[in-house]
Design a protein around this ligand. Structure first.
Ligand code: ADP
Ligand code: MG
Length: 569
């Protein structure tokens, strides 16, 4: 129990650091159990992993706030944040560096399903880390004793006992998240792809801060796109409902176009109160599509966009270790479709021009059979009409999309206006007409089956390690996922690494397609929790659930990936 644990820590004082491993185990404290799962090997290694396990009765959070998965995620997120705040507060109060010794996963503006706090039917578990104190390489047992006897119980008391929580704020976060879920479900029913509430604050403080910009101009919907929801919380919200189909966003440079699109990209996630984007809600499968030259492509059918490459390279199973802007963007579209996205988000700022447009003059100069690329202008309608996939795109530098757009919205000094009619009039006036080369069909979709040999790595080569948000090391092979703009959290990257490990061990069998394998994995997690894919018992590491889209995208960027095509090989 707690007393023996404390005696042990005191008796370790002055011993070699390695002796800390003796404290592994489970100890009963007054309000909770402490489980010491993993001990760091030396003071400079990643901190030791521990859990607090508390009865739900002791914590006292009302049952009605924990009776669905959504609610548990909202509450767990809240508790993770309060735990971190309590660490900071006690650090300040005691004028010590507690915040450099005790850690919990850090939550950003999004609310994600995480392993930091897990709530099951009877218990609540907090997974945190402790840098066990040392002087040089000797154990500071007395400091450790103080940490576990005085500090940790206070953190727990402040951040996990319902009576001490800011109940109003918790309730607000919970009801807000349920409102967001409601809108997201409602989008599909009303044939909408996105909703942006009036009054939303879209711009962020800076390129490195995801907090809302102060003194921003709040979002206002163009009148004819305004819709209303009566939310589960009882409040009514008004804002822009973007219908399925093709939405073109135009406007001068620096008028706020990319800011709007970025808010929509993030709208696939729940946001915390006061974020400014908490009522910006997008279809959950929306995929940002960009050019990403240099990426690896493994046997993707990009023939809808690119054909007759010089040298007669087959674009139905297109592979390259160094994609160009246009081929990478084509592959990104095809892979998003393979992962079943129903909404594509495209910004001219990050697109390959020759993929997006080819104007009338260029069509006259270059004969169609000399140009391998069918620009996106010609595929965007078949994409919607035959596959039901909508697109929201920003093109400020060309009118080529006027013909094919269902609605054209203009950003004018951060204010959105409907200019559909004016754009259509221009598109139909003789002087501006461009040659029509529209093809009726979209083309074939990829259905690729990952081969076992892609993941057949043994020993050190099979180990997965994460370097920041944007790189996963698979053995010595780095997987660069910096192009995944909708990946928002380091812990999602950690989770993707564990997922690849799990797929390799349990799921890849040369019968299932990439998406089927990923679906299987998510079904498994749905049933058993994220913990179940971690190779560790106890503290599973800091993991946050990514979307299927980002997992597929990460696998697609792995240079060792080998696939066969369901139909063509
Ligand atoms: P565009 O894509 O049209 O060139 P951006 O979206 O990049 O423009 O926005 C340009 C600048 O304006 C950015 O610094 C952004 O933070 C700021 N901004 C965007 N929307 C707003 C707003 N509603 N209120 C105040 N500033 C904004
Ligand atoms: Mg822009």
């Amino acid at each position: 129990n707690a007393t023996t644990f404390d005696q042990m820590l005191n008796s370790l004082d002055g011993q070699k650091y390695g002796a800390y491993k003796r404290i592994k185990g489970r100890y009963q404290f007054e309000n909770y159990q402490l489980s010491v799962d993993h001990i760091q090997v030396d003071p400079y290694a990643p901190p030791s992993k521990m859990r607090i396990i508390m009865d739900r009765k002791t914590a006292g959070i009302p049952h009605k706030w924990l009776d669905t998965q959504d609610k548990r995620i909202a509450v767990a997120d809240f508790l993770t944040r309060t735990f971190e705040k309590a660490i900071q507060a006690i650090s300040k109060k005691t004028k010590s560096e507690i915040n450099r010794m005790i850690f919990i996963d850090h939550c950003g503006q999004e609310i994600l399903q995480r392993t930091s706090v897990v709530i099951n039917d009877n218990e609540l578990e907090v997974r945190f880390e402790v840098g066990l104190p040392a002087a040089g390489r000797k154990i500071k047992g007395r400091t450790a004793s103080y940490l576990f006897k005085k500090i940790l119980p206070e953190i727990v008391e402040q951040s996990l006992l319902y009576q001490n929580l800011d109940q109003e704020v918790l309730k607000k976060q919970l009801t807000l998240m349920l409102d967001q879920s409601f809108i997201r479900a409602e989008l599909a029913k009303r044939n909408l792809v996105a909703f942006v509430a009036n009054g939303s604050i879209l711009p962020r403080q800076s390129g490195v801060s995801d907090k809302p910009l102060k003194k921003a101009i709040p979002f206002e919907s163009p009148a004819n796109f305004e819709i209303q929801f009566t939310l589960p919380s009882g409040r009514t919200v008004t804002g822009m409902g973007l219908p399925a189909g093709i939405t073109l966003i135009v406007g001068g440079g620096f008028h706020g176009k990319s800011t709007l699109l970025q808010a929509l990209e993030r709208g696939v996630y729940h946001h915390i109160p006061e974020d400014g984007r908490e009522l910006v809600v997008t279809r959950p499968d929306a995929a940002k599509i960009r050019a990403e030259d240099g990426r690896n492509i493994e046997k993707v059918n990009i023939s809808s966009f690119i054909n007759h490459l010089p040298g007669g390279k087959d674009t139905r199973t297109f592979s390259t270790e160094d994609a160009s802007g246009s081929t990478s963007q084509a592959a990104n579209v095809m892979e998003a479709l393979e992962a079943k996205s129903s909404l594509l988000l495209i910004d001219e700022d990050t697109s390959a021009t020759n993929f997006m447009i080819r104007d009338g003059r260029m069509q006259k100069l270059i004969a169609p059979d000399k140009e391998p690329i069918t620009p996106f202008t010609n595929k965007i309608r078949p994409l919607y009409e035959t596959l039901g996939v909508s697109t929201i795109l920003i093109v400020g530098g060309s009118g080529d999309y006027f013909d094919v757009a269902d609605q054209v919205l203009m950003m004018d000094e951060y204010r959105l206006k409907d200019v559909t009619e004016a754009a259509k009039t221009i598109a139909n006036s003789e002087g501006y007409r461009r040659e029509k080369v529209s093809s009726e069909q979209f083309g074939d979709l990829p259905a690729r089956i990952p081969l076992k040999k892609s993941f057949d790595k043994s020993g050190k080569e099979g180990r997965l390690k994460v370097k920041g948000k944007n790189t996963i090391l698979y053995g010595r092979e780095p997987i660069d996922i910096s192009g995944l703009e909708q990946l928002v959290d380091n812990s999602q990257t950690n989770c993707i690494a564990e997922m690849i490990g799990f797929l390799q061990k349990q799921i890849i069998d040369e019968k299932v397609t990439l998406l089927q394998a990923v679906d299987k994995l998510y079904a498994y997690i749905e049933k058993k929790g994220i913990d179940a894919i971690s190779p560790y018992s106890g503290h599973p590491g800091n993991l946050a659930l990514p979307r299927k889209q980002e997992l597929c995208a990460a696998i697609n960027r792995y240079r060792g990936l080998k696939v066969k095509n369901e139909t063509m090989d």
